[in-house]
Design a protein around this ligand. Sequence first.
Ligand SMILES: *Cc1c(COP(=O)(O)O)cnc(C)c1O
Length: 389
Amino acid sequence: MDTSYLLTHLGEEREDYYNAVIPPIMQSSNFAYNSLADFRSAILNELDNFVYSRGNNPTVAILRQKLAALEQAEDALVFGSGSAACAVAIISQLQAGDHLLSVQSPYSWTYKLISKLLSRFGISYDFIDASNLQEIEAAIRPNTKVLFLESPNSLTFELQDLAACAALAKKHGIRTICDNSYASPIYQNPIALGIDLVVHSATKYLNGHSDVVAGVVCGSKALIQKMFELDYMALGPAISPNDAWLLLRGLRTLPLRIQKSNEHAKKVVDYLAQHPKVDYVLYPGHPSHPQYELAQKQMSGFGGLFSVNFKAKRIEQMERFSEALMPTFLLAVSWGGFESLQVPTACFYNLGTAPPPPLPFSFVRYYVGLEDPDYIIDAFEKAFVHLED
Ligand SMILES: *Cc1c(COP(=O)(O)O)cnc(C)c1O
């Protein structure tokens, strides 16, 4: 389906709402029926009807259609957060006694879900280097039911060969789930490569304006229906109609925004990669990335997120350098919005409570938004004086 058509028209039954160009926010918790027969048939199929907004809602339903089509999936469920989407996708495929395989470094709360929460319910797991197919195959047990992938991840950008992982998992009757937040559906479509379920933090590129927390799971009608009937309805992670409406608004410009971020990040990464105070950059779209060829094979673009390790001897240097980049780079978590952001690993040092992270204090994750790349490079030029000895 043409992306322009789906972003602008798919799912928008304008005659149902006075031919308004923009759909209404259907801020209603429940929906009334005119006959028992109609009520009965709606209750029998809540996924495709409007009964109660914990399940389906007209504003959310438009979003579901668009997100499913973007990921080349048959259907989608929208959630109040990306973490809820990851959790429900994973939980829906597992029972006590099952075993799950996951990439080594998924998103932090996915890691905690698997290692701390699911283990309470008798689900065992292994975190593996999923860039290595032999390592995956060796870790498969008779009770392995899920292979969880995140390609690339959003901090150190390891990739998995999605087509090869999907084929291997199919051979062993294992479901594959891929967190596709980094690439967005514009730059990577895991379902087309054989993956069963795709999850996103819609908080990032899909909404893109840093004003909504949301998530989505895309997959076949059968998998989505089953997930809806028990996991989604029982756990209750629905998105509000108001947030769904904001997400629809953000989605209109998804291709424009991610293309700009991609273009700007490339320019900034090229500048940083040749700078004498840079140890290395990590960006799947840069030839120095260890899996550059795989990235070229399965992705069509890379967006604005990358990490840099600087040549800094003391943590105080990194503190001054990072503060000098403000406000060009706001000191804030998340990414995928209009604004450039930084998360210096130095923030996680000297916390007093937790042990220092496995990354050096000189490591920083950057997100480049929609600002002029020359404005961003100029901020780096000025900040680099703080890394001089
Ligand atoms: C942010 C993020 C999540 C969690 O999404 P929320 O919307 O913050 O709940 C999951 N996966 C990745 C890769 C993320 O970046």
